[in-house]
Design a protein around this ligand. Sequence first.
Ligand SMILES: NC(=O)c1ccc[n+]([C@@H]2O[C@H](COP(=O)([O-])OP(=O)(O)OC[C@H]3O[C@@H](n4cnc5c(N)ncnc54)[C@H](O)[C@@H]3O)[C@@H](O)[C@H]2O)c1
Length: 345
Amino acid sequence: MVRSPAGVITNQWKCPKQAPEKHLVHPTSCEFDDYLPVGGAVAYALILVDVKVDLRDAQVRDLSDVAYATGAGMRVRVATHHEAGQCDIVMITAGSRYGFGKETFQTKKKKNQPGLCSFVKQIIGETSIQHMHRNASAIRNVVKAMTPFRSDAIVLVVSNPVDLLTSIAQELAGLPKFQVFGSGTFLESVRIRGLLAEKAGVAASSIQLFVLGVHGDGQVVAWSSATINGIPLDKVLSPDTSGHQELAKECKERAETIFTTKGATPFGTGSVVASICASILFDKREVRPVSHFQPEFDCCFSLPVVLGRKGIMKTIEMPLGSDENAAIARSAHRLKSTIELTDKK
Ligand SMILES: NC(=O)c1ccc[n+]([C@@H]2O[C@H](COP(=O)([O-])OP(=O)(O)OC[C@H]3O[C@@H](n4cnc5c(N)ncnc54)[C@H](O)[C@@H]3O)[C@@H](O)[C@H]2O)c1
């Protein structure tokens, strides 16, 4: 198992089965789990890019140790943005996370001190709008520096706000839209299944339930289409027993509670990102809720798609309740207005 702490990393994976292709990802945090064939088992080339050179080099050394320890024969090295753009998967985690308010773990200690708080990664006094513009600017710089991408490269955006940044990356990457998408609400979908599993006393793997729409406050739990092994959820559990509202709230707030205490959410994110990479590299055709272009709204947000070697192989039309569709549409309109504002900056 390989786990990297937070930091922008560009990982390039080479899969022996598919050599001589190169596989590139760019995670802030990545986890190659034992159950996944990616990583220790198959990855043997990983490249990293970060504007913080010391951090990047430390990440390379740390990941190299993992490669030595697992005997995976994986090579890890630093690279330029241009080299990163020539790899199979480019995972973008550049930028920082908004600090969820000022009374968090480290800011308490650093109150009234100007500058960047090293743990919370938020410029003290920065508003969420300023933070958003900072991350939008980071992604523009990264994507422009990587272009022209290899024509079949897959660009996976993880940085937040993920839907807005995916929309920007799509516009600048010069690649077909099905090759540029964001991790979206996949982590939240996995999380809500886990939370429901605990309540229902059923394995999470037997639950089909998606969190969809615009990641964050606008996300919608698609309860109307939830099933337990194909049986509609409401036939198995009443909404009171499953506690829809509390579960949705817990799902939305959990990242914040982790982040406030430890300053990053690397393991959960790393796991879903590794899973997305595995779906792509091994052409698994798994259905995943990822952020992708929605022509009706002219922006990106999460709905289920089939992921394979060429990226998004097809979209899945999911029957949703009218209230769920309306909530998704409202947040999509808000996102589109924000994108227009960001474009003018
Ligand atoms: N989508 C999700 O589910 C999810 C989950 C967790 C984190 N995130 C997001 O991932 C991003 C990274 O989180 P983190 O905790 O690793 O933050 P971090 O501050 O630890 O790392 C960000 C890194 O980006 C680098 N960077 C900034 N501008 C760059 C540029 N132009 N080129 C190259 N590197 C650049 C910084 O040097 C830094 O090392 C955040 O936006 C966070 O919100 C998303």
